[in-house]
Design a protein around this ligand. Structure first.
Ligand code: PLP
Length: 388
């Protein structure tokens, strides 16, 4: 069987070979502990970390001193929300669960009150409501740079201005945005920005948190006092080198790569639209990530499609799977989409390694599955859909 096609780049990206080579070098040759101050192995890794901070800072226009390393965005978000100890938090309902569940855990303990922003059917934020709740004061505002399901790009600069106007610290989950669209930490009024290595062609388990000068967070992890005592634990030097290199490459190649990705996404979109006339495209198609295509096919449950194509094509339903149940996406629920659209929702993520031939094959795989399901539904009733 030929290799399955990967179109799930929002979930994770393959590591760029050039990044992997650097990572390998710092795993096998320059493997020193950056806390070792008595020999050259330590010196080399300290230098490498300094360089990585510079590369990351250059991509997002921050100062290298504002960067600390974490395992990824989930940890960074927890560090900000729990470490800042806000009592009134404004969040968008289409944030990642890392934000929503952390805030809800704080609320459950009676430590914080959550103010939910309003979003429309395209997951766009209601700016009048945002301004109104900010004017009533808060200790933290959480809005992502780009959405991991429908791909919306949020107007971070405008949001940052509102946050600054009302003196509210602004946490921007940048995991889907950094490396795909320009992000300007210094000029856009962001107080805390998160970056995930595995969303921009670096390894999993490495991320950065950018903390604006003058802000101090209570640590979640205590120990050797690494990273100014904010996040103890021996630094993941090879991961950090990989993240730095990936940011450097993104800075050089982002614009060209993302334009090419958008063309491929648009091609896939038109192929699907021409073959599946009832196809609905979700989210803010005017402002979405180049690689994002979020569709719903009414009357065709996404689980039925996935069951048919999973060995050939990797795309996602966006549903959250816990041990016993599969719950529909909270993002689509917050957008107030009909059950039909939610049940038929599929997230497709195109990336820089996606080839034209894969786009064409993917369109065929999806449309063939949809046709088969339609044929079967004229024989079987809708309840039997998921069992085919
Ligand atoms: N926030 C968003 C928008 C994401 O897409 C993800 C990853 O899926 C996360 C947070 C969690 O990031 P990480 O895997 O780096 O912890």
């Amino acid at each position: 069987m030929s290799n399955p096609i990967y179109l799930d780049y929002h979930s994770t990206t393959p590591v760029d070979r050039r990044v992997a080579e650097k990572v390998y070098d710092y795993m096998v040759n320059n493997f020193g502990n950056s806390s070792s101050i008595d020999h050259i192995f330590g010196d080399r890794t300290q230098e490498a970390i300094k360089k990585a901070k510079r590369q990351i800072a250059d991509l997002i226009n921050s100062s290298p001193q504002e960067i600390i390393f974490t395992s990824g965005t989930t940890e960074s978000i927890n560090l900000v929300i729990q470490g800042l100890q806000p009592s009134r938090i404004i969040i968008s309902p289409v944030e990642h669960k890392a934000v929503i569940d952390t805030c809800q855990a704080m609320a459950k303990k009676g430590l914080a009150e959550i103010i939910w922003l309003k979003v429309d059917k395209k997951a766009r934020i209601d700016f009048n409501h945002l301004e109104k709740v900010c004017s009533q004061g808060a200790d933290l505002l959480c809005i992502m740079g780009a959405n991991n399901e429908v791909g919306n790009i949020y107007p971070i600069e405008e949001i940052g201005k509102i946050a600054q106007k009302y003196h509210i610290p602004f946490l921007c989950d940048g995991s889907q945005a950094v490396g795909k669209i320009p992000v300007n930490f210094e000029d856009w009024g962001i107080t805390f920005l998160t970056i995930s290595g595995h969303k921009l062609y670096a390894p999993k388990g490495i991320g950065a948190l950018v903390i604006r000068k003058g802000y101090r967070l209570q640590p979640l992890i205590y120990g050797g006092g690494h990273q100014n005592g904010i996040r103890s634990g021996t630094l993941n030097v090879s991961g950090i080198v990989g993240l730095g290199e990936a940011c450097y490459l993104r800075q050089l190649e982002m614009q060209e790569d993302e334009s090419a990705i958008a063309l491929k996404r648009n091609h896939l979109q038109s192929l699907l639209q021409s073959k599946i006339p009832q196809l609905v495209i979700n989210g803010d198609t005017e402002n979405r990530l180049a690689g994002n295509l979020h569709i719903s096919i009414p009357n065709v449950p996404n689980s039925a499609i996935i069951a048919r194509i999973r060995h050939k094509l990797a795309i996602s339903t966006g549903s959250a799977c816990s041990s016993a149940t599969v719950s529909p996406s909270h993002v689509l629920r917050a957008m107030n989409l009909s059950d039909d659209l939610i049940e038929g929702a599929l997230r497709i993520g195109v990336g820089k390694f996606t080839r034209d031939i894969e786009i064409e094959k993917s369109a065929d795989i999806i449309t063939n599955a949809v046709e088969k399901i339609f044929q079967l539904t004229s024989i079987y009733d809708a309840d039997k859909f998921t069992r085919i």
